[in-house]
Design a protein around this ligand. Structure first.
Ligand code: 5RP
Length: 219
């Protein structure tokens, strides 16, 4: 099975976690694209979806799935999204696709966060995947210097602007032993919009596509 087949397997298994109706939170990325395609087949059961990015919004609209504003939707029962890395506590690194800010908002506004990924995303220690940090453009160099003090090696993701009009620093060479602590430290830097560590609001369920079939991990 190739990586896409494993992603599709995890995405299709997430359908089981959806409520009977209402509004579903939808993340961003190649794994979520498989989820959107599966969700489209049963879209009639739901009022619609809240999207975490312009790209997921476009894909859902092409499928005829109504995309609703989070302010009008209120609390969501379920949010389904991918991850770049997860540890066994379901602390995540996210933001490889640059959608981390809206993803964190929709995750925070949801009762249950179902994370879907292929099994290569499960790690013992977060940080091999460069940690994305969304920054206000004028703060890019300042935040980069502060991230060096925290032990990282930030690299500006050039020619990329987030859906919110901001920039991304990808922080290499971190070994994240205390994800919640580092999330707080980076959040406190002036000019940081969002750090791609999801530890204060981890996933509730991780579904991993594997050669033996979908595996479910709960913290
Ligand atoms: C986007 C994300 C994605 O969930 C993450 O990058 C995983 O993507 P993929 O499913 O393509 O591996 O956080 O900002």
């Amino acid at each position: 099975m190739n990586a896409d087949e494993l992603k599709r397997q995890a995405a299709e298994a997430a359908i089981e976690y959806l409520p009977d109706g209402g509004i579903v939170g939808v993340g961003t990325g190649s794994t979520v694209n498989f989820f959107i395609d599966a969700f489209a087949k049963i879209k009639g059961r739901f009022e619609g979806a809240v999207s975490s990015s312009e790209s997921s919004t476009d894909r859902m609209k092409k499928h005829g799935i109504p995309v609703l504003d989070l302010n009008a939707a209120g609390q969501l029962d379920v949010y389904v999204d991918g991850a770049d890395e997860s540890n066994r506590h379901l602390h995540l690194i996210k933001g490889g696709g640059g959608a981390l800010t809206r993803e964190k908002i929709v995750a925070a506004a949801s009762k249950t966060f179902v994370c879907i990924a292929d099994e290569s995303k499960l790690v013992d220690i977060l940080g091999k995947f460069p940690l994305p940090v969304e920054v206000i453009p004028m703060a890019r160099s300042y935040v980069a210097r502060e991230l060096v003090k925290l032990g990282g090696n930030p690299v500006w993701r050039e020619n990329f602007v987030t859906d919110n009009g901001n920039l991304i620093l990808d922080v290499h060479d971190l070994e994240i032993m205390e994800p919640a602590k580092l999330e707080t430290q980076i959040n406190q830097l002036a000019g940081v919009v969002t750090v791609g560590i999801f530890a204060h609001r981890p996933a509730d369920v991780l579904i991993l596509g594997s050669r033996e079939g979908p595996k479910t991990i709960k913290p």
